[in-house]
Ligand binder design. Structure first.
Ligand code: ADP
Length: 482
């Protein structure tokens, strides 16, 4: 059952109970008040009649010392005539409770008479022949006799009014409940609209539309729930996007890996097959073996690089205080033999937090790439020729840490390629890179190493003018939160 229907039904049940009880209480209250008034009137009337009877008894001739039954009947019949609308209903009994006079139509039993004594005045409400009466009984003291006067006052009207009241109230209740049901259906539909919108959003998201959001139409708890739901959906969408990107990158990596593996393997298999199936002269045999050796070496270098990347991905850098000068001295010594390119080192002295071996790998890769891009014939613009063949390695203190940059005036990288070159196996010019023993893994390794140092590679480059690869390392030990 729908929530809005449940809401309407429960409200209607509460309303029906409230109307039922209040109606019953109200009609009954009016009835009891009217009946009380009628009883009061009946008792008053009975007192007046007993007084009238006693007064009439005073006029009895003096010869009677006790009021005779015939006179009792005479007075009773006179009193009976005096009632409004053609007569009263009364009954007279003597001290032994023997009936002396009864009006025709006085249809009550003698129960009340037997209960009453000369000191009490009693009444009861009775139902006789489909009518309701207030039956009263009082004692009369008339000429040395104790008599009992009973009267019956018709109160059927009060009971009829109560029945009418109940019937009217029932009709009003039904009309009220029907109108309230319609109004409550509209209200419930408005109140549950945020729930419907949320349900739709969850269904759309479950069907794969992660960008779908629920419209927030109120500021109450349901509005807050919608806001929270949308925030959760944002986080979910972000995570899913990241996962999708990761899966895509992994697939790309696998594709590139398989391709890079295939090229040297094809060459190795081809030359090995030639060696085993043909009788080659010595020169060709040496050449084939050479190919197998160099391609095998390339595969070996590639597998080592891949291992390095995997290790860098899994590890946290063990940062330690390192003098920038020590790092630069190491690099200077390492590239001292490099003759084709002039490498200029300059640095500001500072203490830098890094894992030295890993940062050395990064810098060696960057300087190697810069040298390859700057080597004679690499294609540097004639306009920049005075700096062609120069690679600058610079370290300085900046806002937020220590920046090391490797700048060359070589071939440069097209803008569209700059974001891709850090991906594994990506090479701008594949044949050229392979000829220089590259596999497109160097920058991917650099990016991973910098990632575990909570830094990243900043690339500035222009085709024909050269490139600058820089990154910032911390100068103080910080605790990073993932
Ligand atoms: P590789 O091992 O092939 O050098 P890298 O990941 O180090 O692989 O570099 C990826 C590609 O980025 C290279 O093939 C090259 O085309 C380009 N590249 C890297 N550094 C430079 C640079 N300083 N100038 C121009 N191109 C560069």
């Amino acid at each position: 059952m729908k929530f809005s229907i449940k809401l309407v039904l429960s409200t209607m049940i509460v309303l029906a109970l409230a109307l039922g009880f209040s109606g019953f209480y109200f009609v009954n209250y009016v009835f009891e008040t009217s009946l009380e008034r009628e009883v009061g009137q009946a008792l008053d009337e009975s007192s007046i009649l007993s007084f009238a009877f006693e007064t009439a008894a005073l006029n009895v001739p003096l010869k009677y010392s006790v009021l005779p039954d015939s006179v009792v009947e005479e007075i009773a019949s006179k009193l009976e005539m005096g009632g409004q609308g053609g007569g009263r209903l009364l009954r007279i009994a003597d001290e032994e409770k023997n009936i002396l006079y009864t009006s025709s139509g006085f249809a009550s039993d003698e129960g009340l008479l037997l209960q009453t004594d000369q000191h009490t005045k009693s009444y009861r409400v009775i139902c006789a022949q489909d009518c309701f009466y207030v039956h009263t009984c009082v004692s009369i003291n008339a000429l040395n006799r104790i008599l009992y006067l009973e009267t019956m006052k018709d109160v059927t009207g009060v009971f009829t009014e109560r029945a009418l009241g109940f019937s009217l109230y029932r009709k009003v209740t039904v009309v009220l409940l029907l109108t309230s049901t319609v109004i409550m259906l509209i209200i419930a539909s408005l109140l549950t609209k945020p729930i419907r919108l949320l349900t739709r959003a969850t269904r759309e998201m479950a069907a794969g539309d992660y960008s779908y959001r629920a419209r927030q139409i109120s500021r109450d708890e349901l509005g807050q729930l919608t806001g929270d739901f949308n925030r959760m959906a944002n986080a979910l969408e972000e995570t899913i996007c990241k996962l999708e990107e990761e899966i895509e990158a992994r697939e790309e990596f696998m594709g590139a890996f398989a391709h890079e593996l295939k090229t040297p393997l094809t060459a190795i298999i081809g030359y090995a097959d030639m060696l085993r199936s043909h009788k080659l002269d010595e020169e060709k045999s040496i050449m084939s073996a050479n190919y197998i050796y160099t391609e095998g070496k390339r595969l070996e270098a590639m597998s080592f690089r891949l291992l390095d990347i995997i290790v860098a991905k899994q590890e946290e850098a063990r940062l330690q205080e390192t003098q920038a000068g020590e790092m630069f001295a190491y690099l200077q010594e390492m590239f001292a033999e490099k003759k084709e390119v002039e490498i200029r080192f300059s640095h500001e002295e500072a203490v830098v937090w890094m894992e030295p071996n890993l940062i050395k790998t990064v810098l060696v890769n960057l300087i190697d790439n810069a040298c390859k891009a700057s080597e004679t014939g690499a294609g540097a613009d004639e306009a920049a020729s005075d700096m062609a063949g120069v690679v600058e390695v610079d370290g300085k203190v900046v806002d937020g840490g220590y920046r090391i940059a490797v700048k060359d005036y070589g071939i440069g990288i097209p803008e569209a390629e700059q974001a891709k070159i850090v991906k594994a196996f990506y090479m701008v010019d594949k044949s050229r890179a392979r000829s220089k023993n590259g596999a497109g893994l160097g920058l991917a390794l650099c990016a991973e190493i910098l990632k575990i140092h909570h830094s990243e590679l900043q690339i500035e480059s222009k085709v024909g003018e050269g490139s600058c690869f820089g990154f910032i390392l911390p100068t103080e030990n910080r605790t990073y939160e993932e």
